[in-house]
Design a protein around this ligand. Sequence first.
Ligand code: SF4
Length: 96
Amino acid sequence: MVSKLQQTKATCGYTHSPVLPVCGTCAHFRSEMQPVAWMAQDIATKGEVSVYGVGVFKRVEDLPDNLRKETGLRCGLLGFAVKKMGACKTSWVPRP
Ligand code: SF4
């Protein structure tokens, strides 16, 4: 049996995790993940970087995202710098 509150939630389309129409969820959003500087330097000079409790990495591409910082945030369609929580009124397209 569906309660009245559950029915109301279903009717209004309530969701705990909405996809907000901001740059960070837009298909046109572009950015690069850069390693923390000392990690990139270690890989370049020592051939690997050892991160305590995480592992040893020989290539920048292998570093997990939480050990990299996101840079170069921009709109791939309109060509200007954006913030993830920024938005425009005309061109937002949800990521596939
Ligand atoms: S400016 Fe508009 S089109 Fe560009 S990434 Fe942001 S929401 Fe998407």
